[in-house]
Design a binder for this molecule. Structure first.
Ligand code: NI
Length: 422
């Protein structure tokens, strides 16, 4: 199937290419050459097509159909849809062996693209400002390389394309529910990183992102009151503010000072009039931490603190605690293996440690609760236009990062399947 949008745009990323990187042979093989120009141009076109057609979480219909079409044109067998718009392609090697997965996310953000490049978003109000277009292009690249080199794979590589990474709890949950991780013994992904230069890869064992749980607390007491006589009523705004102060103090008093956690309240909604004490006051925010035990303990403290403080002051608290993505905790062994592959391909200077975890979240953490895995940060910055932070309306990447990242991740999967990279 040819998509009319592709023709309308005059891009031809649906061409079939043959100049796909060949993976290094077993130990003793020469260092890899840079990916072929045709392959690099192809991934750039794929990325641009997706960049022009951003779709929000669980609505990635065109993106998903486009990825499927590209893969099928190159002879891959695609399974799906699953998780609404998700898919995966299994690349079976000539020899039996374990199943390893590579994950790409496909969703865009509901933000207007502020760039004036020719591949800017064509959909008002939506744009790929977290690099998931690049992730999907790299995922396609990984699949094409592994497919071309399938005769030398010892096992199966499964390349996943998932919806709704930005949602809570995230499309990874639906992918897992629909079997995308069945039989998988390890999983990899990249995230583009505008703070790292093109050609650099951030690799770190342990926590690199935080869990994120949203909460909403509504303090209720029957009947409104007069602002002149708060002593005659239960002042829900005051009770809510007491709870807020107590919650801010959880981090640092009840949480373990050696572990990173942050609680932030971002909304507060109460009455309308200047002289009426409202019946209810609602506030909410997020709890983020890199540690699973802290997560459980802060969550239960938030609940207890809100309920008991409300009761102490004669009110009631309705508490809604939504469970988002867990922290991404990279497997130490996979991180070491990946660092050694990066070094052998691109030199020791291409591996950068990540000194501190991000307090942001990534739904890749859901997969890591089921299998060991590794999220690599891929540098995409080469100047002011590619230095804008993730989720900024002008975010963009240096596309020369795409093909080397795809070649790298294909090498890492292949080496892991070989068990030779340690
Ligand atoms: Ni992202």
């Amino acid at each position: 199937m040819v998509f009319p949008q592709t023709q309308r745009n005059g891009l031809k990323p649906l061409r079939v290419i043959t100049d796909i990187p060949v993976l290094n042979g077993p130990s003793g093989a020469p260092e890899s050459a840079p990916p072929p120009e045709e392959f690099a141009a192809f991934l750039r076109d794929v990325r641009r097509w997706i960049h022009r057609h951003p779709e929000p979480g669980f609505e990635e219909r065109e993106t998903s159909a486009f990825a499927r079409d590209v893969l099928e044109r190159h002879g891959l067998v695609v399974t799906g849809p699953l998780a609404t718009t998700g898919l995966y392609a299994d690349i079976r090697g000539a020899e039996d062996g374990p199943v390893l997965a590579y994950r790409a996310d496909m969703d865009a953000l509901p933000i207007q693209d502020a760039k004036s490049v020719e591949y800017a978003s064509e959909r008002p109000g939506f744009a790929h400002l977290c690099g998931h277009d690049a992730h999907t292009a790299v995922g396609i690249g990984v699949a094409l390389i592994l497919h071309r080199n399938r005769a030398r794979l010892r096992g199966t590589a499964r390349v996943l394309f998932q919806p709704d990474e930005e949602g809570a709890p995230g499309g990874a949950v639906d992918m897992i529910r629909d079997g995308a991780l069945d039989g998988v013994q390890g999983i990899y992904a990249i995230h583009v990183d505008p703070t790292l230069p093109v050609g650099a890869y951030g690799v770190q064992e342990g926590a690199i992102t935080s869990s994120t749980d949203r909460f909403s607390i509504t303090v209720k007491a029957p009947g409104t009151g007069h602002s002149a006589r708060p002593h005659e009523t239960v002042d829900t705004v005051w009770v809510a503010s007491q709870i807020i102060q107590a919650l801010y103090q959880l981090i640092g008093r009840f949480s373990d000072a050696r572990k990173a956690s942050v609680l932030t309240i971002c909304r507060f909604r109460a009455g309308d009039a200047y002289n009426v004490i409202p019946e209810q006051a609602e506030f909410g925010g997020t709890i983020r931490t890199t540690d699973p035990d802290e997560r459980a303990s802060i969550r239960s403290r938030v609940e207890r603190m809100a309920r008991e403080l409300a009761r102490l002051h004669g009110a009631e608290a309705d508490i809604d605690l939504l469970r988002g993505a867990p922290a991404v905790r990279n497997d130490a062994d996979l991180a070491r293996r990946a660092a050694s592959v990066i070094q052998s391909l691109y030199g020791a200077e291409a591996v950068l440690p990540i000194p501190l975890p991000s307090m942001g979240s990534e739904d890749f953490g859901h997969y890591l609760e089921k299998a060991p895995g590794l999220l690599v940060r891929a540098g995409t910055c080469s100047g002011p236009e590619t230095a804008w932070p993730l989720h900024n309306a002008r975010f963009d990447i240096d596309e020369s990062a795409l093909a080397p990242a795809a070649a790298l991740m294909a090498h890492i999967l292949c080496a892991h399947l070989d068990g030779e990279a340690a």
